[in-house]
Design a protein around this ligand. Structure first.
Ligand code: NAD
Ligand code: UDP
Ligand code: UDP
Length: 335
């Protein structure tokens, strides 16, 4: 049933990993959701269960092109997010962040919609300040392999703040730190999906570098709560605001935890560290806690177990076809 406070909400990138959970949660809250996606890294499977919902609509569209619709709120999550995927076609990655943001900001300006940008901890680059606080300007290599994503997202933040200053748009910028959970694309090369799939297949765990680099992993449900709280915060609250789990682990610790939780026979295999791979990452979430009353609830072990179960049941359900398809998919970039 739609409620009286129901809004028309556009989720760009709604068929992706995070976007599909966001669409689901907004529908549960009684809103009308338009998912706009070009299915570059997103999948129909992520949103199949929503297709028959009377207030859910899907539009295949690339946000690099103008979009004329009516809406009350816009979440911009459209952008490939894993290094493997965003480096596959780096020019398209930058276009998506820059041209795509301009179009959605132009749309927000015309229809007077509130607009939220899914920015990233990558705007801090390989940080010299630890943990990362929102006032830190970052340390990004503007000409490296990660720049299409990092600089694209930095430019998107600039655009959001200029539309805010120049046209008084109601903007929200969330800096999202590494988030994981069921529905992560098995082929996206991110560390959590890679390690779980390798562990379930008893294959070597590919640790890049010596595994001493750190990340802080946020479970998807926690992240979605943070995004919605930010969108619902007062007009004066533009962000940027860090959303992530402050528990920091080395990549080697993560590999060992996944081996333990899956009971796998896998061994760690060290591989070369990719260019500009950040050495340390942990969010300072005091701002999110103070302004939104938000902090993550799901511990790594619990979130990993849910994610492991997801991949296990996807392996088992369609054996042997699914097994082959994941093996094939992990060798192919991108989907
Ligand atoms: P994802 O790749 O699963 O989702 C991105 C979605 O955007 C996909 O459905 C893809 O098809 C769509 N898309 C890409 N380019 C598009 C375009 N030009 N037009 C329309 N749709 C397009 O990634 P995700 O993990 O769900 O990330 C969602 C957003 O959150 C991204 O903007 C990402 O940068 C940001 N983010 C994610 C994380 C994380 O750890 N998952 C961390 C920081 C930031
Ligand atoms: N735009 C859009 N939908 C709208 C309004 C604008 O996609 O409903 C796009 C349009 O392509 C435009 C961009 O947003 O180029 C920026 O709009 P803005 O009004 O800021 O600038 P201008 O139209 O002057 O270029
Ligand atoms: N990583 C790894 N093995 C893998 C995939 C990633 O050791 O199979 C490392 C990667 O080098 C980085 C960290 O894990 O230090 C997180 O990588 P991911 O691609 O998930 O996200 P990033 O934070 O780099 O965007």
């Amino acid at each position: 049933m739609k409620n009286l406070s129901s809004k028309r909400i556009l989720v760009a990138g709604g068929a992706g990993f995070l976007g599909s959970y966001l669409c689901e949660r907004l529908l549960e809250q009684g809103h009308e959701v338009l998912c706009v996606d070009n299915f570059y890294t997103g999948r129909k499977e992520n949103i199949l269960h929503l297709m028959n919902h009377p207030y859910f609509e899907v539009k295949r569209h690339d946000i690099c092109f103008p979009l004329y619709i009516e809406t009350d709120e816009i979440y911009n999550l459209a952008c490939p997010a894993s290094p493997l995927h965003y480096q596959f076609d780096p020019v398209q990655t930058t276009k998506t962040s820059v041209h795509g943001s301009i179009n959605l900001l132009g749309l927000a300006k015309r229809v007077k919609a509130k607009i939220l940008q899914a920015s990233t901890s990558e705007v801090y680059g390989d940080p010299r300040v630890h943990p990362q606080v929102e006032t830190y300007w970052g340390n990004v290599n503007p000409i490296g392999q990660r720049a299409c994503y990092d600089e694209g997202k930095r430019c998107a933040e600039t655009l959001f703040f200029d539309y805010h200053r120049q046209y008084h748009l109601n903007i929200k910028v969330a800096r999202i730190f590494n988030t994981y959970g069921p529905r992560m694309h098995p082929n996206d090369g991110r560390v959590v999906s890679n390690f779980i799939i390798q562990a379930l297949q008893n294959k070597n765990m590919t640790v890049y570098g010596d595994g001493s680099q750190t990340r802080s992993f946020c479970y998807v449900d926690d992240l979605i709560s943070g995004l919605i709280l930010l969108m619902e915060s007062g007009n004066e609250e533009t962000g940027p605001i860090n959303l992530g789990n402050p528990h920091e682990f080395t990549i080697l610790e993560l590999a060992e935890e996944v081996i333990r939780l899956t009971g796998s026979k896998s061994k760690v295999e060290f591989k070369p560290l990719p260019q500009d791979d950040p050495a340390l990452r942990r969010p300072d979430i005091q701002k999110a806690n103070k302004i939104l009353g938000w902090r993550p609830k799901v511990e790594l072990k619990e979130g990993l177990m849910k994610t492991i179960e997801y991949y296990k049941s996807n392996f088992r359900k369609n054996l042997p076809r699914q097994k082959n398809s994941i093996v094939r998919e992990t060798e192919k970039i991108p989907a």
